[in-house]
Design a protein around this ligand. Structure first.
Ligand code: ZN
Length: 303
């Protein structure tokens, strides 16, 4: 795993190798797993924030790249095994790996196997959106270069608005979407569009958070002992928990800020646990009120 000699990648690999963290919701258990580490240019990740500020939080390498995770969540219950998100997968080209770091063996299939599960044991995958760093893992490439569904027994749920816009390629960059990530599933009839905000059954629902993409959905998991919101890219990093701290990749930054404000207010009021999509160090947290600030909510790590 990882690329020897790249200190940030080595640090990311060490983090991945740590004991996986599990949250007990009574009737289900949610385990944080890695979809692979990512190195991204820190500038666009931090949007309007100046480098002297963000570089204290996420120290860049000499090429200005910062260490990111592609966090995924495995939920086990009497209804089966569910996976939220799938990371970049194993189809990145060498050129893409030069830009984004990581390496092909370092992907969600191996993370599942490392904790005693197989991709074929997953019953359902739920995606926040279809960008490659979230949906790339749902279709994998075999040793002959053939694409096939990674989770061969699973249906994959995605927001219908997101799927429509992904087909049209609506995004800030021309390569925001890659139809290789869903074609093999679509051909098998295993890609299921769901309405924004839909109840997905068995304690899962979409929580609309448009802005990063127009169809972007966070995923709300309701257990007997509490709720987890998997944020997706409306709130990818611990330090971006301020409404107007957007990424340059967001198609509608003002809408994203509104989505984030609503999410943080409700997460605080209803005491949700938040799982952040790309945070390498503090991926699991809560939102608490801090009166006196112009935006009176802050994140706190959950141990
Ligand atoms: Zn992302």
């Amino acid at each position: 795993m990882g690329i020897p000699g790249f200190p940030l990648v080595e640090r990311g690999v060490q983090r991945i190798m740590k004991e996986p963290r599990t949250i007990d919701l009574g009737d289900r258990a949610a385990t944080l797993i890695s979809g692979g580490i990512n190195l991204m240019d820190g500038g666009p990740m931090m949007g309007i924030l100046p480098r002297p500020l963000w570089s204290q939080w996420y120290p860049p390498d000499p090429e200005n790249r910062i260490l990111l995770e592609t966090n995924c969540l495995l939920i086990e219950s009497e209804w089966g095994k569910f996976l939220i998100e799938s990371g970049c997968g194993n189809k990145l080209t060498e050129k893409e790996r030069r830009f984004y770091g990581g390496s092909n063996p370092d992907w969600v299939g191996h993370s599942l196997e490392a904790i005693g599960h197989t991709p074929s044991s997953i019953n359902r995958v739920i995606l926040t959106h279809l960008h490659t760093d979230h949906a790339g893992g749902i279709v994998c490439m075999d040793t002959n270069g053939i694409d096939s569904p990674t989770f061969c027994q699973a249906t994959v749920l995605v927001c219908s608005t997101e799927l429509d816009e992904a087909r049209l390629g609506i995004g800030i960059t021309p390569n925001a979407y890659d139809d290789r990530n869903w074609k093999a599933l679509e051909n098998n009839g295993d890609l299921i569009p769901a309405a924004p905000g839909a109840d997905l059954g068995m304690g899962f629902s979409y929580y609309p958070t448009p802005g990063h993409t127009n169809g972007h959905q966070s995923v709300l998991i309701t257990g007997a002992k509490g709720k987890i919101l998997f944020t997706g890219d409306v709130l990818p990093l611990f330090r971006l928990a301020v409404p107007y701290y957007n990424m340059a990749f967001d198609v509608a930054p003002v809408i994203n800020a509104q989505s984030k404000r609503r999410l943080l207010e409700q997460a605080c009021r209803e005491e949700w646990i938040l799982v952040l999509s790309h945070e390498p160090d503090v991926p699991i947290c809560r939102c608490v009120e801090k009166p006196g600030k112009s935006f009176p909510f802050v994140l706190q790590p959950v141990d």
